[in-house]
Design a protein around this ligand. Structure first.
Ligand code: HEM
Ligand code: NAG
Ligand code: NAG
Length: 326
């Protein structure tokens, strides 16, 4: 082959690749990608990680707080940092979000990023990275987070009703995840996020003392040897401040023991225990009993969840501070 023809081949390949990219952009809209900030803010990932680590060292509840915050962000208006907006009747004021914690970590990371590369990194990306880093600091496995999200300009408490509830049946849980493009495997893997963190007694006390309307009974799906333990942790007359690990015995470590607890009828939330009772989700609980299977699927499902209804390109904005729309 002469020199001219190999040049033509290179140009042809170039054009084909360009057309393929154009086609992907037109058909699917712009997508997030790993390394979106590699030129504009190369230190973004190390800044977010060190910020999460610093706060985590002073308070371990930061990790579960940030992981749950990202989930609650993604399920309402997509992963666009709408959860972070302060003000009357914004998402964070809605009952399902009242116990979220870790906002100060995002604000801290944003301040450092504005100093390093002003006006470049979205709050939505900071939250997605911080959720990944929360799993990293609790000794879970890691994954690459595609970035390039833009921040949303709408945040309404009234839009939070599609968040899953702790009494939801498996069918309702599946349906709420399906609406976000997440399948049954994603549901079980992502609820495995409950391997870290705690729940306030208010979310499961009825299972211990008052399960049916006839009263004075406990949820029969709780292991009878586990029931007195939970009752001791959550007395009927508790002042409302007590919290209990969602993964009994391992609430600070991102492992797969949450699924073992479900298998042993040691689930704390009713919605969690139902994942073992229902055959369609039990299959996945069984698969995730081994830590390797779980950690790989958790990372995959997190990447899917982190891409739910994301804004990219020229949509939305890059906020100056994460708690307010520009
Ligand atoms: C059916 C779906 C889900 C339901 C019904 C549910 C419900 C709950 C409830 C009631 C709490 C206790 C909140 C508190 O007392 O502060 C909680 C905590 C938590 N959830 Fe979920 N959740 C679900 C899915 C998820 C997903 C998908 C993730 C993340 C991938 C997640 C991560 C967490 C974490 C880390 C905590 C502990 C928070 C803390 O310690 O501050 N949850 N969840
Ligand atoms: C960690 O933060 C939580 C939530 O803000 C708080 O209730 C708890 O007392 C803190 N723990 C420590 C050890 O400071
Ligand atoms: C049990 O539930 C019923 C109906 O939901 C309620 O009226 C009653 O006060 C509850 N009892 C206790 C001890 O919580």
């Amino acid at each position: 082959m002469g020199r001219g023809s190999s040049n033509h081949t290179i140009i042809l390949i170039f054009v084909v690749v360009l057309l393929a990219q154009l086609d992907a952009a037109l058909v699917h809209g712009q997508a997030t990608r790993v390394g979106f900030y590699s030129k504009t803010c190369p230190r973004v990932e190390s800044i977010v990680r060190s910020t999460v680590q610093t706060h985590f060292r002073s308070n371990l509840t930061i990790a579960p707080g940030l992981l749950r915050m990202h989930f609650h962000d993604c399920f309402v208006h997509g992963c666009d940092a709408s959860i972070l907006i302060d003000g009357a009747n914004t998402e964070k004021t809605a009952p399902p979000n009242s116990l979220l914690r870790g906002y100060e970590v995002i604000d801290d990371a944003k301040a450092k990023l504005e100093a390093a590369c002003p006006g470049v990194v979205s709050c939505a990306d900071i939250l997605a990275l911080a959720a990944r880093d929360s799993v990293f600091v609790t000794k879970g496995s890691s994954w690459q987070v595609p970035t390039g999200r833009r921040d949303g300009r709408i945040s309404l408490a009234s839009d939070t009703s599609n968040l899953p509830g702790f009494r939801d049946s498996v069918d309702v849980q599946k349906q709420k995840f399906a609406e976000k493009g997440l399948d049954t495997k994603d549901l079980v893997a992502l609820v495995g996020g409950h391997t870290i963190g705690t729940a306030a007694c208010q979310f499961f006390r009825y299972r211990l003392y008052n399960f049916t309307t006839s009263g004075n009974d406990a949820d029969p799906t709780i292991d009878p040897t586990f029931l007195p333990q939970l009752r001791a942790l959550c007395p009927q007359n508790d002042d409302g401040t007590r919290r209990v690990g969602l993964d009994t015995g391992s609430q600070n470590r991102f492992d797969s023991s949450f699924f073992n607890n479900l298998r042993n009828s040691h689930g704390v939330l009713e919605s969690d225990q139902k994942l073992w009772i229902d055959a369609s989700t039990r299959t996945f609980v069984q698969r995730f009993l081994g830590v390797r299977g779980f950690s790989v699927e958790f990372g995959r499902s997190m990447v899917k969840m982190s891409n739910v209804d994301v804004k990219t390109g020229t949509e939305g904005e890059i906020r100056k501070i994460c708690s307010a729309i520009n």
